[in-house]
Design a protein. Structure first.
Length: 320
């Protein structure tokens, strides 16, 4: 049964102060329990993998380079990004607790988009770092100094949270009346706009422009970097160097395909084309699968990281 808090809006309509997150209520109860256990396993693995990367970069001098500094920054972000939605989904699937207050819903939406925009900015920074490393190797140390790396990461966070502040302003202008059921597992913008009893036509357009700027703008910058990178790789004299560079870039591009592909399906479309049923499935790729794969794609497959991890585990056993 939908939960409404008393309060009168325009036209004596009951104003919503709580929402009900539908999640995957259409699934059988046993299937929901299985999905919750699977998501819990993926979530814990994501936490461990990203935390391990941050720890190894902090303690191993071989990993204290600009590339791993950016990777550890991305790992730190992924911990918060996946937590912002996955914890809510786990609560829905395991305990059936579906209600969320208006303020909590807006806060979740704000942090989801803020961390998402920050991730796009970090991915641009990481592609620039790879461009300098591959195309300007002799000048890499002089260009990618620690101070510049720190400034780039801070700038990514500032850009992400600043852009999302405008998204929060758009949400604050909405009025919600009955019904109050969100057909999603977190407070995404599309279902919130569809539930609002305010005129959302201008807000749809403003939100779409904001997301287009974040998604397609960062994607274009990344593609420019990788076009330059591939041009440099093709002109490398050693075949072994080309093979190694191509292998690294292909794994990075596969990760980018997941995050940008899911975001384009979710957000870079006219509002009337948005399917809430499709959104829930595709959003799992963006909020669960991509953060889970990131540690393996960017770090844990790397020989230097494997060696650092092996040595760290060895030292821990000796101490015990």
């Amino acid at each position: 049964q939908d939960v409404l808090k008393s309060g009168k809006g325009a036209g004596n309509e009951t104003v919503v102060a709580e929402f009900i997150l539908e999640g995957f209520s259409g699934l059988d109860q046993r299937l929901q329990l299985f999905l919750s256990l699977l998501l819990l396993l993926i979530y814990l693995t994501t936490m461990m993998g990203n935390t391990m990367i941050i720890f190894l970069v902090c303690v191993d001098r071989r990993l204290q380079t600009p590339m791993y500094f950016f990777i550890s920054s991305l790992a730190f972000l992924e911990i918060w990004f996946t937590s912002s939605t996955t914890i809510t989904l786990l609560a829905i699937l395991s305990s059936g607790r579906r209600t969320i207050s208006l303020s909590s819903c807006f806060a979740q939406s704000y942090f989801y988009f803020a961390l998402g925009f920050t991730e796009f900015a970090l991915l641009v920074v990481m592609s620039f770092d790879r461009y300098v490393a591959i195309c300007q190797p002799l000048h890499y140390a002089a260009i990618m100094k620690q101070q510049l790396c720190t400034h780039l990461v801070v700038a990514a966070w500032v850009i992400g949270f600043t852009l999302s502040s405008y998204h929060l302003v758009l949400l604050s202008k909405l009025t919600f009346c009955s019904p109050n059921k969100i057909h999603h597992f977190f407070c995404d913008s599309s279902p919130l706009f569809k539930l609002s009893c305010s005129d959302t036509s201008l807000l749809w357009k403003a939100d779409s422009i904001l997301i287009l700027f974040g998604v397609l703008g960062s994607l274009c910058l990344i593609m420019v970097s990788y076009v330059c990178i591939f041009h440099c790789i093709l002109h490398m004299p050693a075949a072994s160097g080309r093979k190694k560079a191509f292998a690294t870039c292909s794994s990075h591009l596969s990760a980018l395909a997941i995050v940008y592909g899911s975001c384009i399906v979710l957000y870079v479309r006219p509002s009337e084309d948005v399917s809430l049923e499709t959104n829930r499935v595709v959003a799992l790729l963006n909020t669960v699968l991509y953060p889970f794969l990131n540690p393996f794609i960017y770090s844990l497959r790397n020989k230097t990281v494997k060696l650092a991890l092996k040595e760290t585990i060895g030292r821990t056993k000796v101490r015990l």
